[in-house]
Design a protein around this ligand. Structure first.
Ligand code: GDP
Length: 309
């Protein structure tokens, strides 16, 4: 990817897209294009195709998606499947039509079966039932992978797909109802500390295990794969280690300075019991995660306080 290449980062205002843009700028890429969802509705096929025709991007990172935590996925399944299916279909087809040199599609670790053996290898895709709380989102992401593979097979398009684990970092969504666990608990503990609350409720039993990757590490991995990987097989991106939600809650209480009780609410869903990615493939390709959870959490909390989310 030449430094002068024209690069489109779809979803450039979000957690992942904004981190990819920071990384590309840091690397010296001078010609990065982005559009807010207000300026370009990627669900609109004609508008998406005409944007690709006018701008002629050479490289595309597909980080635009409708995303959310377990409650949002469970409450708005139609939005999660429809928005994601239509946006990715429009972008992948437009990239094909306009001769994009290379496209990187971002999936998610929830594409794997709910009870996949751990750690989860790339080849476990489509070997078992999905987790019901996010099945519509997962089906859309699996369709995105299959689109990339089909366009590569039929037309020789250089479209690759990567599967990140649970992500966190600056520019995340800290909205209590829609957020993933990590930003939701940062906000909950921060506000409880400010109000002097004696207890904070954390959803589920606290026993599920999750792997958390700092988003700047993900952005580095995406740029690395854009340079060094040209194959239809998907690639996991993660740290390779996980913690329980109980452990995460205690870590976040410490980071935010919350000293009250932590109470688990088993009436809320747990989701997948465990999803730790096998990252040996990307490690062998020459990349591994660098940011410790302690450092990533501290940076994220600092940003949350400064941006007064
Ligand atoms: P998931 O990885 O798709 O299940 O996404 P989430 O980040 O939404 O949830 C991860 C785990 O954290 C689940 O077991 C949730 O029940 C648990 N959790 C605990 N408190 C919260 C919260 O306040 N918000 C969210 N989203 N999840 C929570």
């Amino acid at each position: 990817m030449e430094l002068s290449a024209k690069i489109y980062v779809a979803g450039g205002r979000g957690l992942v897209g904004s981190a990819i843009i920071r990384k590309l700028r840091h690397n010296g890429c001078a010609h990065i294009i982005e559009r807010s969802s207000k300026m370009l509705d990627l669900r609109d096929q004609a508008a998406t195709l005409s944007f690709f025709r006018n701008e002629q991007p050479e490289y595309v990172f597909v980080a635009a998606a409708k995303v959310g935590g377990i409650l949002a996925n469970n409450t708005y399944p139609a939005d999660f499947i429809y928005d994601n299916l239509i946006m990715e279909t429009n972008m992948i087809h437009a990239a094909h039509e306009t001769g994009v040199k290379k496209m990187l599609f971002l999936g998610s670790s929830c594409i794997y079966p709910k009870f996949a053996p751990q750690p989860i290898k790339e080849e476990y895709l489509l070997t078992g039932e999905l987790e019901p709380t996010n099945e519509p989102y997962a089906i859309a992401k699996i369709a995105g992978i299959k689109l990339c593979q089909a366009y590569r097979k039929q037309y020789g398009d250089n479209f690759i797909s990567v599967m990140p684990t649970n992500l966190y970092g600056i520019n995340d969504n800290f909205d209590l109802e829609g957020a993933h666990v990590l930003p939701a608990l940062i906000r909950r503990f921060h506000e409880a500390k400010q109000r002097g609350d004696s207890a904070v409720s954390v959803w589920g039993t606290g026993t599920p295990r999750r792997e958390f990757l700092y988003v700047d590490d993900l952005a580095e991995a995406c740029c690395f794969l854009m340079e060094h990987y040209d194959d239809s097989d998907i690639v996991n991106i993660g740290t390779g280690s996980d913690i329980t939600i109980v452990e995460l809650a205690h870590l976040l209480a410490k980071v935010t300075g919350y000293q009250g009780d932590i109470v688990f609410d088993p009436t809320k869903p747990d989701g997948t019991p465990v999803k730790r990615l096998d990252v040996s493939k990307i490690n062998q390709l020459g990349w591994q995660a660098k940011t410790s959870l302690a450092d990533g959490l501290a940076t994220t909390y600092r940003w949350f306080c400064e941006s007064k989310k």
